[in-house]
Write a protein that binds this ligand. Structure first.
Ligand code: SF4
Ligand code: SF4
Length: 254
């Protein structure tokens, strides 16, 4: 004798009903664009100028999907009698995104900041060959790489940035001094006009402060719930900033 469907059937119908009532969580891409986080791993971009052809990324890639070709150029010595040097020149850099598993190891291991993640992901194609992006295309992706996040409050500017800023400031000062010298009328006869030299404003480059923990800032940060490691780093940065400001003020007064 056949048994009547009982509780199991009712449960199944309940699940169906519940699913019918629940709004869909899928999006109708490409009509609806996904709202992805800004640091999404979409595609890898190459800053060719930074690549020294060290091959680390290609060696570490678990999928062996980075292809690099290069040759060596000989650079003549700077001084007579010096030794000629060789420099690697990149001929080909390509990533096969049909093989890439987006692990990010290549971006992490690159010691020269030549590889970056871009959130762009719309490069699907009907031809698998077109998924191998050559360096020209990888360079184009650089325009879509998000800017680095702001420094934490109290953090010291990294040396690679502060050095660049200092060099740019010096170049601007030198250019301004040149313009000023060029705009001054050629002094006729050694007369009344004194040939005073405009002193360049002093920068922070020569101010060296030994980092110490600013106890007041440290205590305050710990009280705010920051970890000791973070609080110590921020307290040191605060101390250096304070000391530099004090020295600058002393110089300005003197
Ligand atoms: S993301 Fe991973 S798999 Fe893709 S190229 Fe880089 S190292 Fe290779
Ligand atoms: S690790 Fe960086 S510098 Fe070295 S070959 Fe790869 S991209 Fe170029």
């Amino acid at each position: 004798m056949r048994t009547l469907p009982k509780i199991g059937l009712l449960k199944g119908l309940g699940v169906t009903l519940k699913t019918m009532m629940t709004p869909a969580t899928t999006a109708q891409y490409p009509h609806v664009k996904p709202d992805l986080p800004p640091r999404t791993r979409g595609v890898i971009a190459l800053m060719e100028e930074n690549c020294t052809v060290c091959m680390l990324c290609a060696k570490e890639c678990p999928d062996w999907c980075i292809y690099i070709d290069s040759h060596k150029d000989t650079i003549p010595p700077k001084k007579e009698g010096g030794r000629a040097r060789t420099r690697n020149q990149l001929d080909r850099f390509a990533i096969d995104f049909a093989l890439c598993m987006y692990c990010g190891i290549c971006v992490e291991v690159c010691p020269f900041d030549a590889l970056f993640w871009s959130p762009e992901f719309e490069y699907s194609t009907y031809s698998v060959r077109e998924l191998t992006h050559e360096k020209e295309r990888l360079r184009v992706w650089m325009d879509t790489v998000p800017a680095p996040p702001d420094l934490e409050v109290g953090a010291e500017i990294p040396p690679e940035i502060s050095d660049g800023l200092a060099a740019a400031r010096k170049a601007a000062e030198a250019q301004a001094a040149q313009l000023m010298a060029a705009s001054q009328p050629a002094a006729g006869g050694g007369g009344a006009a004194g040939g005073g030299q405009a002193a360049a404003p002093a920068g922070d480059d020569d101010i060296h402060v030994e980092a110490q923990v600013d106890q007041e800032v440290f205590d305050q940060l710990v009280a705010e719930g920051k970890s000791e490691r973070v609080a110590r780093a921020k307290a040191k940065a605060a101390y250096v900033r304070k000391e530099k400001a004090r020295i600058r003020a002393e110089r300005a007064a003197g």
